[in-house]
Each structure stands twice: as structure tokens, then as C-alpha cells.
Design a protein around this ligand. Structure first.
Ligand code: ATP
Ligand code: MG
Length: 592
């Protein structure tokens, strides 16, 4: 795939440029208008009190009221635009993230699918938070310093020095609290993830007495997370207090210097009080930044994770686009064999070719599949056998495009699987995973893969695997609701519904991972019948099974061991070869 293309969230933020400019301009206006109360105070002390003119007081008060209303309006408008920009940003990205979250190829950096959505929420919330406003207000500190310079150069220089000190404290805060905050955020995440998912295994936890030990492990994680939280909060609290102390000290010093200048008659009493207000305003954004630093760290990590995810996805898209332009590796691919259109997915015949294909899982350190070369023809049934851990499921997942090929090729009708549109591939493939993985919804929705319910297709899929009558015997028939764990279905029923889902809308390729694991004799006979029908319809059928009954309908047999092919060929030839080795053992035992 080559080097990853540099992509970033900036691509999704750039349409918000106009909003961002408005926000900056409104920040400038709000900060300028923020000077109004100070100027009002100066007018009262230095003009009204001296002239004792009530009309001036009335006029100045009226004017200041208008300015304060304008300031409030600018701030309100700024927050409205920010919220709208946040929503726009979310909407522009959430669709893409939703689909990426469920593509495991892209999500190695995410432990669960909802994490990337949480990252998006973090960023959106930060975009509308006080923390961001503090960052936006910081440059306008210069306005307050400029006014202090106008009041008296010494006050201006002192304010510059104080702002530099506050900036230095900000940098120190960042250096000292970054690490503890990261550790604490990470520990909290670990703790949350530990419990999620375990609820599904409640029965095993109870019966096998795992619950008390689980509690101990959770408690250990809790101690780690509490310690990390305490540590982070201690550092953050200390920094906030030091910051506050420095700010109050600097404000008082500013007042003292202003008082000295007033005593010497260099500035008025009004200017003295104004200087105190101005320095408070100048230092305020730094204070907010320190107190919202944790949020900033979280957002930074979220941005990094999303950037990585988008970069990988963009890279994948780029390969597909290159192919569409007919420029991708022209030597290897015929330009006429472009990926089919959505309506043409049925034109995929289903010939599968592996050329020295190897697979490395991101979570495993070793190659899980090594140099496999196989050709599977439409209208044939290939059975894969081999001991546990030999790579059968991994091969199945590869065939349906769930995990990428590391080396070599996996071709569907002569086209590399990477270059097929995933949507077309999913329409052309029926897959029954080893863990079945039914989802919360009705039986009909599960069979229809949660697409628009097409009753005749649903019923014909159910009939094809022989469960139509069984479904009708349920109180709500096809509308019976099942939960994430497939309850209230039995293990065998779950498997058959998974099988009906795989054959829904008659895909050209069927990959079935241990479809008979939970079936009784009757169920297995139904399955064998169904396999023969699929074969007669010209589908490419790949079945993984530990049970030898399946050999009755098998054309080709592939025996795997340690991620490699031990035997491959027609069923009779492979069985004969194996019998020569050991006349009593099954293919499973031989491979073992
Ligand atoms: N997600 C994963 N991360 C790391 N290693 C994995 C992962 N899935 C499988 N493996 C490893 O890949 C190898 C092949 O596993 P696979 O599930 O393909 O075996 P299998 O032949 O289907 O076994 P079984 O008959 O028990 O289902 C095993 O060594 C396993 O440890
Ligand atoms: Mg398996």
C-alpha cells in the first residue's frame, strides 16, 4: 500500500473557515468592548466626579449601556456560531467515522467501535467550550496592555512582564501536568473497558466462580486509576493555586505601582483603579487555560487518533480511486475489469484465487497464514479442515475481505479483493462467522442484514436453510426479537438464522465457518441439502468444519496446519493421500 498519505482533520475543518473568521472577529469586538466598563469608570472618576455634571453622568451611562449590550450580543453571537460550527463539523465527519469504526482493518488503534465517536464528541465539545474561548481571547491581551501603556508606560511594561510570567507559568503547567493527566486518562479508559463486554458472559462468571476474582482484578485497576487520578488532580490543583497566587500578587503589585504613580501625580485616581481592572482582564485567559488543560490534553489525543484513522482510510480510498482511473498497476490488471457497479454485483461469478497469500494480524506478532495458493471454482464446494489454531477462520475472514492480505494476492474473478468496492463485495458474499454474531433486532431484520425488509427474499433465505417452519412456530414468527446474545434462540437455531443471513439475496460466494457446530443430525442433513442446492446454483461454497459428514458433499478438500496448506486437491485424492499415511485417522487427526 506504500507510505500512508498525510491526511488530517483540517480537511474537515476547512469548510468552517468563514465561521472561524467570524468567531475571531467577534472575539476582537467583544474584547474591545470589554474595555467599556473600564473607560466608564475612568470617566466617572476623572470627569464626572470633578465636574459634578449630572448630564455628563447620564450621557456616559447611556453610552456605556449601549456598549455593554453590544458586548453581550457579540459574545452571544460568538457562542451561537461556535455551537453551529461544532454541529457542522460533527455532521461532516460522523458518517465517515461510523463506517470506519466498524471496519476492523482501519481500527487497530481503537479498542472498541464507539471510541472514535467519543473522540469526535470530545473535539466538538472542546470547540464550544470556555477552554477554546480562552485560547481565542489570549491574543487580545495585547489590547489591555496597549491601554495600560496609554495610561502610563511603566504600567504597560509591568503588564508585559506579568503576562510573560503568566505565560511562563502556563508552559510550566503544561510540562508538569501533561504526563500525569495522560496516565490518568489512560487508566480511566482501561478501567471502563475492563467491565464493558463482561456482562455478556454473566452465566459463566457466576457458575465458574470467576466473579470474585474479576472483582479483585477490577479493584486493582480501580486502585491504579484512583492513584493516577489523585496524582493528576494534585498536580493540577497545585498548578492552579500557584497560578492564582501569582495572579493576585501581580494584580496587587500593579495596583501598588499605579498608586505610587498617582501619589506622584503622574496618573489620575481613575487610571489607578482602571489599571487594576485591566491587568485582571489581561491575565484571566491564562488562568482558564490552566484550569481546562485536562480537556485540552484529551482533545489533543482524540485529534491524533482520528488523524491516524482518517490517514489510513484516505490511503485505502486513494488506491481504489487510482484503480478506477485505470492507472493502477496497469500491467497486472485489465482495464476492462473495473470493479462492478452496485447493480452488477450479481455478475461476480465467485472464482477465488490465492497466489502465495500470507496474512499477518495486527494483534499477532507472527504470520497467521503463510504462502497459500489455491483456486476455488464457482459451482464447487471446498471444505477446509485442520486442527484448532491452524488458521481456518483467519482464511475465511480474509476471503470475505475482513482482514487484509499482507503478501501475495487474493483475487475474486481475477480482481484483487483490495480493489473491489467493499459494498459490492458484501453483496456478493455470504458469510457465517464462527461466533455467528447475531444482532439485537427481529429475526427478519437479522436475516435481511438490517437492510430494507424484503419479505420474499427473507422467506426464501429461511426456506433455503430449512428454518422457515421453525420460525413460523415462534409466537411472533419473523418478528420475534432477539438480543445481542441471540436469546431466546437455541444454539442450533442461532446458527441456522446466521446461515439464512449468509444466503440472503443469493450471493455468489458463501463462506461458512463451522456451520454445523451446533446442529443435530436433522439440522446437519438440512445443511448438506442446502449446500448441494447452492452448488447447483453455481455458487462458490467454502465450508470450514471439524465434522466429517460434510465430506459427503465436498468437491475439494483443503487441510491446513500451522497456517500452511498440508493437503489440497479433490476430496478423493486428498483422502487417499491421507489414508496412505494413516488409514484410521480423519483429516483433523492427521493434520494434528
Ligand atoms: N485476533 C487475533 N489476534 C491475534 N492472533 C489471532 C487472532 N485471531 C486468531 N489468531 C491466531 O491465529 C491463529 C489461527 O487462528 P484461527 O482462528 O484462524 O484458527 P482456526 O483454525 O479457525 O481454529 P478453530 O478450529 O479453533 O476455530 C491462531 O494461532 C490464533 O492464535
Ligand atoms: Mg476457527
Amino acid at each position: 500500500m506504500g507510505k500512508l498519505k498525510q491526511a488530517s482533520l483540517m480537511h474537515y475543518l476547512s469548510p468552517l473557515k468563514a465561521d472561524f473568521i467570524s468567531i475571531v472577529v467577534l472575539s476582537l469586538i467583544a474584547n474591545l468592548l470589554m474595555l467599556a466598563p473600564t473607560i466608564y469608570m475612568l470617566q466617572l472618576y476623572d470627569r464626572v466626579m470633578l465636574s459634578k455634571n449630572e448630564l455628563t453622568l447620564f450621557t456616559v451611562t447611556l453610552l456605556i449601556s449601549v456598549l455593554i449590550i453590544a458586548m453581550a450580543f457579540a459574545e452571544w453571537l460568538r457562542s451561537i456560531i461556535t455551537i453551529k460550527a461544532g454541529v457542522k463539523f460533527d455532521q461532516s465527519l460522523n458518517g465517515k467515522l461510523f463506517s470506519l469504526a466498524f471496519e476492523r482493518i482501519f481500527t487497530a488503534s481503537y479498542k472498541n467501535t464507539s471510541e472514535s465517536m467519543q473522540d469526535l464528541t470530545n473535539i466538538r465539545q472542546f470547540l464550544t467550550s470556555n477552554g477554546l474561548f480562552a485560547f481565542l481571547d489570549t491574543p487580545w491581551t495585547l489590547i489591555y496592555i496597549a491601554v495600560l501603556f496609554i495610561l502610563h508606560p511603566s504600567l504597560g511594561w509591568l503588564a508585559t512582564l506579568f503576562c510573560l510570567i503568566q505565560l511562563g507559568l502556563g508552559v510550566w503547567n503544561q510540562r508538569s501536568s501533561d504526563q500525569p493527566l495522560k496516565v490518568s486518562i489512560h487508566a480511566n479508559l482501561n478501567n471502563q473497558q475492563f467491565l464493558s463486554g463482561k456482562v455478556r458472559n454473566l452465566e459463566t462468571l457466576h457458575v465458574m466462580g470467576i466473579l470474585p476474582r474479576l472483582y479483585n482484578r477490577w479493584q486493582n485497576l480501580q486502585v491504579v486509576s484512583n492513584t493516577a487520578n489523585d496524582n493528576a488532580m494534585r498536580v493540577q490543583g497545585r498548578n492552579q493555586h500557584i497560578n492564582k497566587l501569582a495572579r493576585y500578587t501581580m494584580q496587587s503589585l500593579m495596583l501598588a505601582v499605579a498608586a505610587l504613580l498617582a501619589i506622584e501625580g503622574q496618573i489620575s485616581i481613575g487610571s489607578m483603579i482602571a489599571s487594576n481592572v485591566l491587568i485582571a482582564r489581561a491575565l484571566q485567559p491564562f488562568d482558564i487555560i490552566v484550569s481546562t488543560w485536562k480537556q485540552f490534553i484529551q482533545v489533543k489525543a482524540s485529534i491524533q487518533r482520528l488523524n491516524t484513522l482518517l490517514a489510513i482510510a484516505d490511503n485505502h480510498d486513494a488506491i481504489y480511486q487510482k484503480f478506477n482511473a485505470g492507472r493502477f498497476d496497469a500491467d497486472r490488471f485489465d482495464a476492462d475489469k473495473l470493479p462492478c457497479s452496485l447493480e452488477q454485483h450479481r455478475d461476480i461469478k465467485g472464482e477465488i484465487t490465492l497466489n502465495n497469500m500470507s496474512v499477518t494480524l495486527s494483534t499477532a506478532c507472527k504470520r497467521v497464514l503463510n504462502s497459500l495458493s489455491v483456486n476455488i471454482q464457482p459451482g464447487k464446494i471446498l471444505t477446509i479442515m485442520g486442527p484448532s489454531g491452524s488458521g481456518k477462520t483467519t482464511l475465511a475472514r480474509c476471503l470475505v475481505g475482513v482482514i487484509p492480505v499482507a503478501h501475495g494476492e487474493l483475487l475474486i474473478d481475477g480482481i484483487s479483493i483490495e480493489l473491489l468496492n467493499p459494498e459490492h463485495l458484501s453483496l456478493a458474499c455470504g458469510y457465517l462467522p464462527q461466533d455467528i454474531e447475531l444482532m439485537e433486532g427481529t429475526i427478519a431484520e437479522n436475516i435481511a442484514r438490517f437492510s430494507n425488509l424484503d419479505s420474499s427474499e427473507i422467506i426464501s433465505a429461511a426456506k433455503a436453510v430449512g428454518i422457515h417452519d421453525m420460525i413460523l412456530r415462534m409466537p411472533l414468527g419473523y418478528d420475534t426479537r432477539i438480543d445481542e446474545a441471540g436469546i431466546p434462540l437455541s444454539g442450533g437455531q442461532r446458527q441456522l438464522i446466521g446461515l439464512a443471513r449468509a444466503v440472503y439475496k443469493s450471493p455468489s460466494i458463501l463462506v461458512l465457518d463451522e456451520p454445523n457446530a451446533h446442529l443435530d443430525e436433522y439440522g446437519e442433513a438440512q445443511l448438506l441439502n442446502a449446500l448441494l442446492t447452492f452448488k447447483s446454483e453455481g455458487k462458490t461454497v467454502v465450508v470450514i468444519s471439524h465434522r466429517t459428514n460434510i465430506l459427503k458433499v465436498t468437491d475439494q478438500l483443503l487441510v491446513m496446519k500451522n497456517g500452511e496448506i498440508l493437503h489440497h486437491g479433490s476430496k478423493d485424492m486428498v483422502l487417499m493421500k491421507m489414508q496412505q499415511n494413516d488409514s484410521t485417522s480423519t483429516p483433523q487427526q492427521q493434520a494434528a
